[in-house]
Design a binder for this molecule. Structure first.
Ligand SMILES: NC(=O)c1ccc[n+]([C@@H]2O[C@H](COP(=O)([O-])OP(=O)(O)OC[C@H]3O[C@@H](n4cnc5c(N)ncnc54)[C@H](O)[C@@H]3O)[C@@H](O)[C@H]2O)c1
Length: 444
């Protein structure tokens, strides 16, 4: 389950072949290690608007060095531009003026974040200018190179103080495989949002349910949430109970072996969380399956199994936990969708329907959840796991290269994104679907 091509490009002969044939040359992405500083270098801040004044202080809280002035010959880890002050299209020129002279002074795996105002919150010329930011950031994401990522964060009026956890995620190596995304931070739950006392363990004291925790992406989600301080309750099918038990034992957590499609599974999960933990703070619907076939050959069993595991079970479990009021104040529900649910995929009508349905679940509940509970989804692209190891070689190679970072992601990349949603500091991040896809070139 390693990326053999990337390994080859790192060899002397590989470098020669890549250069002469003009083949993709993926940069080895930096990833976060526990205890390391969030950002290894200085971030240049610029622009003018609702956030510019507070940005240096916010970054300082996170232990991130920042500067407003660059000096010739120095290198920088990232750029943050406050574009909330742009009120008409002629002012977009400020983007060029800020970014163009600085792009060549960025180190490997640089981070770029543009902050804007949600276009739907403003009118006329200001709306036009704010909407234009999306084309700018998505294009810069495709050309920045060297493992760099670029995001647009729309911060609602009144939610300025709630951007800290999102900046921590997007500026750090935790967002290694997230690029070209548009994230919305709303006023949801900002008033009584809990303070994050320790940014290295934001989930301390929180109970987390992770379905499909025995392996792959689910296992990494369990590990990262544990690293961030959470007590993990893992769920997986009885056939993988040994792996589940070993993992949760290692993480000082708890486990429940059941098939989430079982008739009484939601009630059994609710009962377990109530009796053993008095409730739950974070619910991660990770368990998922594929049963690919073109629709013309799609048997009932393939269709039913995929919809039942990927969509109906998360819906039923969420509903049961809400009805029994077991999700605590400022809790978080996280769905695991897929880029197939956004762009579609040959042979995956069942899977893509189920994953688009997960996005529908986010949409339908985002404005309805009580007590500042949030719901968001991650939509992974090509992530190297046992699920994708089953994909035929040629399709797998193409799938891995057709993104701005020219490589597949790792389960930890999805896990870090889930951890960002789960943080109490993200209580104003609600209703988002963030793709963890290295900015896939095709489809969405
Ligand atoms: N790997 C990728 O590239 C990729 C891309 C997009 C989305 N995803 C999604 O990410 C999630 C995890 O994928 P993965 O690659 O780690 O897959 P995986 O097959 O390695 O792991 C999935 C886990 O879910 C469990 N599971 C399946 N059915 C279950 C059921 N009925 N009850 C309880 N547990 C069940 C499995 O036993 C397994 O442990 C899935 O929802 C998948 O659709 C993965």
């Amino acid at each position: 389950m390693t990326d053999h091509y990337q390994g080859f490009t790192a060899t002397a002969i590989g470098k020669l072949v890549v250069k002469n044939l003009g083949l993709p040359d993926p940069t080895r992405l930096e990833r976060y290690t526990a205890g390391a500083p969030l950002v290894d270098g200085t971030i240049v801040v610029g622009g003018s608007g609702r956030l510019a004044g507070s940005l240096p202080g916010v970054l300082d809280t996170l232990g991130i060095a920042s500067t407003a002035a660059t000096t010739d010959g120095s290198t920088y880890k990232g750029l943050v531009f406050d574009a909330t002050g742009l009120t008409d299209s002629t002012q977009l020129r400020a983007l060029r003026d800020f970014f163009t002279p600085k792009l060549r002074s960025l180190t490997t795996c640089p981070r770029v974040v543009v902050l804007g105002t949600p276009p739907e919150q403003v009118r006329g010329a200001e709306r036009v200018a704010q909407r234009a930011l999306e084309g700018f950031t998505r294009s810069l994401g495709k050309e920045i190179g060297r493992g760099g990522t670029v995001q647009l964060v729309y911060v609602a009026d009144g939610a300025e103080a709630a951007a800290t956890s999102t900046l921590a995620f997007l500026l750090s190596p935790k967002s290694a495989y997230v690029s070209g995304q548009v994230i919305r931070i709303g006023a949801h739950g900002t008033t009584a949002a809990p303070e994050v006392a320790d940014w290295t363990r934001p989930l301390a004291g929180r109970v987390t349910l992770v379905t499909g925790a025995s392996r792959g992406i689910g296992e990494q989600i369990a590990r990262v949430l544990h690293r961030d301080g959470a007590t993990v309750v893992g769920v997986d099918v009885p056939q993988l109970a040994d792996e589940l038990q070993a993992l949760t034992k290692e993480l000082d957590g708890d486990w429940l072996a059941l098939d989430i499609t079982g008739k009484d599974a939601p009630q059994r999960i609710a009962h377990h969380l109530k009796e053993k933990h008095g409730g739950v703070d974070i619910v991660v619907h990770n368990a998922g399956i594929t049963r690919d076939k073109k629709l013309a050959n799609m048997g009932e069993e393939r269709w039913d199994a995929v919809i039942a595991v990927n969509l109906t079970a998360p819906e039923r479990i969420t509903r049961e936990l809400l009805e029994q009021q077991l999700i605590r104040t400022h809790g978080a529900v996280v769905g695991v969708a897929s880029i197939a649910g956004i762009a579609g995929n040959v042979g995956q009508t069942n899977y893509a329907a189920s994953k688009a349905g997960v996005i529908g679940l986010v949409d339908s509940l985002a404005d309805e959840l009580p007590d500042g509970i949030t719901i968001n989804a991650v939509a992974p692209g090509f992530i190297i796991t046992q699920m994708t190891a089953a994909v035929p070689f040629a399709t797998r190679e193409v799938g891995q290269r057709l993104n701005a970072l020219a490589q597949g992601g790792l389960p930890v990349d999805v896990a870090e994104t889930v951890a960002w949603y789960a943080s109490p500091g993200s209580s104003a991040v609600n209703g988002n679907v963030v793709r963890v896809c290295g900015q896939m070139m095709l489809g969405a």
